[in-house]
Design a protein around this ligand. Structure first.
Ligand SMILES: Nc1ncnc2c1ncn2[C@@H]1O[C@H](COP(=O)(O)OP(=O)(O)OP(=O)(O)O)[C@@H](O)[C@H]1O
Ligand SMILES: [Mg+2]
Length: 341
């Protein structure tokens, strides 16, 4: 894009809402961003997956004009982050990694104040605050001071705050880190709703499951460098997708199960693995259809299953698969495995 021209917000054009080329940012000796390239197509969600210190927040801060890059180029909705910061700020929303609400103000006051800071007329700011509180199920708590909100309520207030100006492009920096699974699901629902309404989202996360839930495409970042990118399925295929964990009722049937999978061509990308000591069978799968097929196959052959679950690869496993080395910082706060049946 050239000069002041803005790209049309029309998902059918398939244009990029965010374009980043060769972005570099140093903090003293630390190269927080070391030549980052990425695109976020309009109306889609890009998940930026990376461990602690990878450069995720630095990227978000550059793209929201809070800090200046040292080198490289980035545009958001056609506006240059360095040359057109004022125009750019008008089309973005940001939910930072750490809650940015004013503790002493009520939920309503927080939203109204942000609306006024964004130059909305009083009446519009009021209506917008009411609407968003309703939408994020905070109407009952609207008059309570934010310091009395639970973690999940704060996150929802944060998300609502980033939506006040009806942004075209929304940055969510680790929106669910530290939240319990129920609240995490609530936040995911809200993000999905924003996207359904046409927002373009750049989401940073340390959770493969979050990326899988929300992102159309994924970029994996480590030590300021992009180390992989592509569609979620593509990346999952690279790391072997989910693993189906099966405990047969009778451990003696493990070999029969392995044989059945091989005959049906269902032993997945990385091959299924029986671990007799644990009485378990592990089958890498890439889709729900594959999961269903495996269960159907065993049912058809009278191979009875006592327990079944699926597990997503952890960020550590994703890194191991991509780079062949472990992450420098390990993520301890992993999402509990999802129970499939
Ligand atoms: N203001 C700062 N001053 C000095 N160094 C910084 C500053 N902000 C970030 N860094 C360093 O830059 C690197 C990237 O940090 P950044 O916060 O972008 O990572 P992150 O991916 O957001 O990590 P996390 O998952 O922990 O939030 C780290 O090595 C960090 O220590
Ligand atoms: Mg961060």
């Amino acid at each position: 894009m050239v000069g002041m021209t803005r790209i049309d917000k029309n998902p059918r054009t398939g244009g990029n809402a965010v374009e980043v080329r060769g972005l570099v940012k140093h903090y003293g000796e630390t190269k927080a961003l070391d030549g980052v390239d990425l695109d976020v197509r309009e109306g889609t969600v890009l998940g930026v997956l990376g461990p602690n210190g990878a450069g995720k927040t630095t990227l978000v801060r550059c793209l929201s004009t809070l800090i200046m890059p040292d080198a490289g180029h980035a545009t958001v909705a056609g506006y240059d982050v360095v040359k057109q910061p004022r125009q750019l700020r008008r089309v973005i929303g940001l939910t930072g990694q750490y809650a940015s609400v004013d503790e002493k103000l009520s939920g309503w006051e927080n939203l109204y104040m942000i609306g006024r800071l964004l130059d909305l007329p009083r009446k519009t700011a009021r209506t917008r605050a009411d609407e968003l509180l309703e939408r994020f199920s905070l109407t009952d708590a609207a008059r309570k001071a934010a310091m009395n909100y639970s973690g999940g309520m704060r996150r929802r207030l944060d998300l609502a705050a980033s939506m006040i100006g009806s942004p075209d492009v929304l940055y969510l920096d680790e929106p669910t880190t530290g939240l319990d699974p129920r609240t995490r699901n609530e936040v995911w629902d809200e993000v999905q709703r924003m996207v359904a309404e046409g927002a373009t989202v750049l989401l940073t996360t340390q959770y493969m499951e979050e990326a899988e839930q929300l992102a159309d495409e994924l970029t994996v970042i480590d030590k300021g460098k992009i180390i992989a990118n592509g569609g979620v399925d593509e990346l999952k295929a690279k790391v072997g997708g989910r693993t189906l964990q099966i405990r047969p009722t009778d451990p003696a049937q493990l070999p029969a199960m392995v044989q059945a999978l091989a005959e049906a061509g269902l032993d997945g990308v990385a091959g299924s693995q029986a671990v007799p000591d644990e009485g378990m069978l592990y089958v890498p799968i890439l889709s729900d259809d594959q999961l269903t097929a495996v269960i159907g196959l065993f049912a058809g052959r009278g191979l009875s299953i006592a327990h079944i679950a699926t597990a997503l690869p952890s960020l550590d496993e994703v890194f191991l698969a991509i780079t062949g080395e472990k992450t420098t910082t390990s993520v301890t706060d992993t999402i509990p495995e999802e129970v499939a049946a």
